[in-house]
Design a protein around this ligand. Structure first.
Ligand code: WT7
Length: 636
């Protein structure tokens, strides 16, 4: 029996038990049967939770790109590996076969070597969502360089911080990038950031927009002429299982981003296995994840997971609202997408628009739809399930983190019955637990607590680049012997998990613990409301009171605000209780969001408190302009 594919619910429970009782056997078999290795491991894993030391597939040797590309060439050489859908729908889509991908990655790998990049060197990749981004990532992995992809929406100072932190020797960028009707001058952002980075020796520049760029003599080189000269084959570097594969930065509770380090073998095994099961991927399916490769979702589920399974994966350069709000739906029809994976924030934004944008689509090709990044509220869940999934495609609400490398808790399509807003059950190999304030594990069902993972899994991040102590402190100290996720969760009567939001977003009002997420869910159910964010502010009597920032739907914009305020509080009163009523409600046009779509509550908290002096680092905001508007409209 193979462990790689979960067939039905009974099989799931069987595999799950096996993975907990005999984790070595479980992962040994999956790793052995589904990948190619230069050398097998001596031990499946060894670890020390207290010291936060983890090793998987100890002493194994491999190259992840051999598994992503080379081994498919016999059977799938002419199969499309990557479909590139450009920002502009009038520009032709590209289909890159596995054979072509091999050659492109080999050439790129040879170029990197010629330009002085060696195994272990860090390479910063700052590119728009174009095929070269995928190729650059894979080429780094091919030669054993550690890639550090920086989302191409980050500012020069954010780029500089990240380049310096990991001491990158090279930056791969482009003249520019398209995003809707905007052109972003990526090269000039890199130029600006490099004033403050002495570690970078070379900058390779991809031509995408044809915009004017300044090429610095001796540092900057156009990539294409180098590729034209390069050999189209390359012998992959032999990597140790625990050699770092990449660094990816994620924001922490302090200003300094955390460079999460992922290593080779464990990451490979987890991402391949979870991709196969969570998306129920079958040969010839076309899979599309709308994330950016600059985030972990793109690393694991646009590139590595799909390619490890020999899948066809779509890379989309554009945005959901360009040229209009039908774009996602058009791309699904155009490429006959079978699995579609996106974020609640995109769903809510599209659900806010007229149904005419989606009504005319049948989505006949779709089999599975997925969600990731934040709790999906009830209304968005149903909209997505009904309008996109047609109530027939399972909606997989996948919970995981940059740190976990791969999906941890998620339904398995056609196996796990879905339940709105529930990420449902842990995947085999993942052992979630809920903890109370006294650091005790909470047993039984119908309970809530802090979500921890009590046993290691292959794709967990191994450290924070250059700061193992911070890694230990952040993840392994709050609940000794366990990995602390920072999230709160509820376990229902059958053991399904619902992620309720960051534990740090709990507000205590008159001694009652109130989660912001459930209140927001409630408010969002009001027909006039598009989105909302709740924060606490100090209150003489209650300790904290609640301040709500609410974006209205177009249909709600002309409504009387006093009536709306009353109705919203009435709704909360009925659904949660009068204790959860908002003291202040401010209607706003936008909410400050990070580029991964998370609301920056820190800023809202400051505004609610009337403290305009110190907003901290706002360089990672997607829409800094809304901060001014919210400040001006603050309710006293
Ligand atoms: C945090 C991790 C993992 C890919 C993208 C985000 C929240 C993520 C869900 C979900 C509820 C979710 C958690 C988590 N989150 N997925 N399905 N339901 N919350 O990666 O930026 O590292 O953020 O995103 O709060 O801790 P990230």
């Amino acid at each position: 029996m193979s462990y790689y594919k979960i067939k039905d619910l009974e099989n799931y429970f069987k595999m799950y038990k096996k993975s907990v009782r005999e984790p070595r056997k479980f992962w040994d078999k999956i790793a052995d049967e589904n990948f190619i290795w230069y050398q097998q491991w001596d031990k499946v894993f060894e670890f020390n939770m207290e010291e936060a030391q983890f090793k998987w597939f100890v002493n194994a040797k491999l190259n992840i790109t051999k598994n992503c590309i080379d081994r498919h060439l016999n059977k799938r050489g002419d199969k499309t590996a990557i479909i590139f859908e450009p920002n502009n729908p009038d520009e032709e889509a590209q289909h890159i076969t596995y054979n072509e991908l091999y050659e492109k990655v080999a050439k790129m790998a040879n170029v990197l070597k010629e330009q002085g990049i060696k195994k272990g060197d860090r390479v910063c990749i700052y590119l728009p969502m174009i095929p070269e981004l995928a190729i650059a990532v894979l080429a780094c992995a091919r030669i054993g360089a550690v890639h550090s992809v920086i989302f191409a929406g980050f500012s020069a100072s954010a780029v500089a911080t990240r380049i310096n932190d990991s001491e990158c020797k090279m930056v791969i960028t482009s003249d520019g990038g398209y995003r809707g009707n905007k052109v972003i001058d990526l090269k000039s952002i890199v130029d600006e950031s490099l004033f403050n980075c002495s570690c970078v020796e070379k900058v390779l520049v991809v031509k995408r927009t044809g915009g004017n760029v300044i090429m610095k003599e001796g540092r900057d080189i156009w990539l294409q002429p180098l590729l034209d000269e390069a050999l189209g084959n390359h012998v992959a570097e032999i990597m140790d299982a625990e050699d770092p594969l990449f660094i990816l930065y994620t924001s922490g509770s302090t200003g300094k981003p955390k460079g999460m380090v992922h290593t080779t073998a464990g990451y490979m095994v987890s991402t391949a296995y979870t991709f196969k099961n969570v998306f129920s991927y079958e040969e010839d399916d076309v899979y599309w994840c709308t994330a950016d490769i600059g985030w972990i979702t793109g690393h694991s589920y646009i590139l590595y997971g799909p390619l490890l399974n020999g899948a066809t994966t779509v890379i989309f350069e554009g945005i959901p609202s360009y040229p209009d709000h039908s774009r996602f739906w058009e791309v699904i029809e155009k490429h006959k997408v079978n699995q579609f994976y996106t974020a609640p924030t995109a769903i809510r934004a599209l659900a806010k628009e007229s149904v005419e944008y989606i009504q005319r689509f049948q989505f006949k090709s779709l089999k599975v739809i997925g969600s990731v990044g934040e709790p999906i509220n009830e209304e968005a869940w149903h909209w997505y399930n009904d309008h996109v999934g047609g109530k027939r495609c399972p909606l997989v609400d996948t919970w995981w983190q940059t740190e976990t490398g791969g999906i941890m808790i998620s339904p398995i399509p056609f196996v796990t019955p879905t339940k709105p807003t529930y990420a449902s059950l842990p995947l085999p190999g993942i052992q979630p637990v809920l903890m109370d304030e006294l650091r005790n594990e909470i047993e039984g069902n119908q309970v809530t607590g802090s979500l921890c993972i009590k046993f290691p899994w292959p794709s967990m991040a191994r450290t924070i680049w250059g700061d193992h102590q911070r890694y230990k402190d952040t993840y392994f100290t709050a609940f000794p012997g366990k990995y602390f996720t920072g999230d709160g969760a509820l376990r229902d009567e059958v053991g399904y998990y619902r992620i309720t939001g960051r534990v740090d977003d709990v507000i205590i009002v008159s001694g009652h613990n109130l989660g912001t997420a459930p209140i927001e869910d409630n408010i969002n159910e009001h027909p006039a409301v598009a989105e909302s964010a709740i924060v606490g502010f100090p209150h003489d009597v209650k300790g904290n009171a609640l301040y709500g920032f609410i974006i209205l739907k177009e249909s709600g914009e002309n409504r009387d605000k006093e009536n709306l305020t009353r109705e919203i509080n009435q709704l909360i009163s009925e659904q949660i209780g009068p204790i959860a009523k908002l003291d202040k409600i401010q209607f706003v046009k936008g909410l400050p969001k990070t580029r991964s779509g998370k609301i920056m509550r820190r800023i809202l908290r400051k505004i609610a408190e009337g403290d305009f002096a110190n907003f901290g680092d706002t360089s990672t905001l997607l829409n800094p302009e809304c901060v001014e508007e919210i400040k001006n409209g603050r309710i006293e």
